[in-house]
Ligand binder design. Sequence first.
Ligand code: DGY
Length: 381
Amino acid sequence: MEQIKWRVHNPSGGKRVVVTKELPGERWLEFLTRAECRVEICTSANVLAADEIKAAIGTQCDGAIGQLTEVWGAEMFAALKAAGGKAYSNYAVGFNNVDVDAATRLGIPVGNTPGVLTETTAQMAVALTFAAARRTGEAERFLRAGRYQGWLPTLFLGELLWKKTLGIIGAGRIGQAYARMMVEGHKMNLVYYDLRPNKALENYVAAYAEFLRSQGEDPVTCRRAERLEDLLPAADCVSVHTALDETTHHLINAPRLALMKANAILVNTSRGPVIDEAALVDHCRQHPNFRAGLDVFEDEPELKPGLVELENVVIVPHVASATQWTRQGMASLAAANVAGILMGYPVWQKEDIRPFLEGKAPQAAPSILNAQALGIPAQGD
Ligand code: DGY
């Protein structure tokens, strides 16, 4: 077995923080250095197994920054607690890999990294939408294979989504950003499914509709679907933006795929298990005009048998948040979460996390999921 490699930053720091992967940028290290932490960073590329992380935590560890590819369950938090751990942050906005309740029971604050992935992830959802609609993967493979013999009236005909119906599942930050890009950029009518009405999104679309009307154009519309079964048959393109938990596991399954239009587009930049991937493979096989754009997979990094062979599926390897700005921002937020808790700071309560990304950062932990349950005060309390 290959030996796991580590590097140490600020070796004289009095507190010890374990970081299970190298992170981009420098600012995140400044947060931890200022909090007097010795930072031990795993520089090996492989995903660490639970035992390897526990070994790294060892007998004295004040905090940890982990990855969405690792399971941070009760056992891991018990190890962290036993080593004197006081803080954990996921290097992700999603936290389906973290047992927040177990951490809360042990009194360990858990951070995540919201706000810096929003536009970046929405941008990838848009990229996948149009790549699927306009068959760019298929067309590129065709061209690279030397099969192009000249322009043809029927070569790679795709779908024009302009003024058609967009369905989004989950109207949180990222779903909303994606909806704005598609509604405003492509004049699509919006149907959204979310447990709660999103008045900000509805008002945004209404204001845009008013503007279009003032220009003598057809207005766009927005409605909330009470049930997924109302959204799926209506939409020409459906994009998934929900968190993964037991209520959203296989939310898109064979019966629900069967409700979608035969030439619809399904996009997923949230978490793989929200879609029953084997059912999707079957559906795409049976409906060649149905298209999917996927950034995430049910058994990452494995793909369900048959998926890679499908011409009507565009796939990228979980890179929706992969821009320098976002990944450095995620590092800053994760480090500021751990450093903030170790410094005894309150929790930042504004949605806007940009003050953490440049200049003098607020004396607060930017996003602690279980702050309320642990009675950590919010800034300004
Ligand atoms: C997240 O932060 O949850 C994303 O999936 C990372 O790309």
